[in-house]
Ligand binder design. Structure first.
Ligand code: UDP
Ligand code: MG
Length: 320
């Protein structure tokens, strides 16, 4: 395939002023060499540093930079959705603002796209830089996502990826409010292939995804794409009922046949507490799903835009 007529680059950011000042000049230079027309859509997800001021200025000076400011912090997934909706390019690249997603990889991704791959996603080659705890958690998460018959979310693939217009249009058709992008990327299918890279350290600042937020994020993904927790409860309920019935039968028969006076406060309290725990856990799991349904039926927009600066590819005719 020939090189693309236009590229959109979507960069969600939350308080990334220092990083953007380094990323944007490099990205503009990289994209200039790759396509005749391009746009960089910086989605400001409710930053409270100078991101807004700097970026609005950049967007006015550089016709290729579009600045989208959300009305508050909606989360990275919502910011990505905002950027994808605004993107007009024939191919669209999603990347982080902290330089952990090197712009130099875009040309490699583009080569794969020219070979006919519709989605090229970057997979981190190692997680050696992370704690044992985080690595174990991540492994468990991917296992839980995959044992469900749901979309096959590739392990260690982040949001750094290049997509064909067809993939972006498919993503935009999905109506859900809970936009767990890793799952949605996998769900839409298409010809997707990985490329491997070693992410450098974050240039400035620290990660916005602390352990508790990551845990909540994982629960979002699991409840959005799998129903095995519900099935697990049904199966455990059924098994526990059978075991309890058998044990009850044993106690009654023992009493009738052998006149056993049925002592056992210890057994009783253990069983009562155990079942109380299982009941509460089940209600909790059920509640997680009900909460998601609640979130979906309210049908609120995924994000709200405060302002847009710059026309980007809106000024360039769309490829037919
Ligand atoms: N980000 C965002 N909204 C948020 C949190 C993060 O737009 O609520 C952006 C952030 O500015 C960065 C990208 O998402 O560009 C990835 O965030 P981070 O580097 O903190 O995550 P990590 O690399 O640790 O997964
Ligand atoms: Mg990062």
């Amino acid at each position: 395939m020939p090189p693309p007529s236009s590229i959109s680059c979507v960069v969600p950011c939350l308080n990334e002023e220092a990083n953007l000042k380094v990323l944007l000049p490099g990205l503009i230079a990289a994209l200039k060499a790759l396509a005749p027309a391009f746009e960089i859509i910086v989605v400001d997800d409710g930053s409270s540093d100078g991101t807004s001021h700097t970026l609005a200025g950049w967007a006015q000076e550089h016709p290729q930079v579009v600045y989208l400011q959300l009305s508050r912090n909606f989360g990275k997934e919502a910011a990505l959705s905002a950027g994808l909706e605004a993107a007009r390019g024939q191919v669209v690249v999603c990347m982080d603002a902290d330089l952990q997603h090197p712009p130099a990889l875009i040309s490699t991704m583009l080569e794969r796209w020219q070979e006919g791959v519709e989605m090229v996603y970057a997979v981190r080659a190692t997680r050696d830089d992370e704690s044992v705890f985080k690595r174990l958690g991540t492994k468990l998460f991917y296992k839980m996502m995959r044992t469900s018959g749901g979309p096959q979310v590739p392990e260690n693939a982040g949001d750094f990826r290049l997509m064909d217009r067809a993939v972006v249009d498919a993503l935009l058709m999905l109506p859900e409010r809970n936009r767990f992008m890793k799952g949605l990327f996998a769900w839409v299918g298409f010809r997707a292939e990985p490329i491997y890279y070693s992410p450098p350290e974050r240039l400035h600042g620290t990660t916005r995804f602390k352990p508790i937020k990551l845990f909540r994020f994982a629960i979002d993904g699991i409840t959005a794409f799998t129903t095995w927790p519900l099935r697990l409860l049904s199966v455990s309920g059924a098994s526990l009922s059978v075991v309890s019935f058998a044990y009850g039968l044993y106690v009654v028969i023992n009493h009738w046949l052998y006149g056993d006076p049925v002592q056992g406060w210890t057994t009783l309290i253990t069983v009562v507490l155990f079942f109380a725990g299982v009941n509460l856990l089940s209600i909790g799991v059920l509640g997680e799903y009900v909460a998601r349904i609640f979130g979906e039926v309210k049908n609120r927009p995924v994000y709200l835009l405060r302002q847009r600066v710059g026309a980007g590819l809106d000024d360039v005719p769309m490829p037919s």
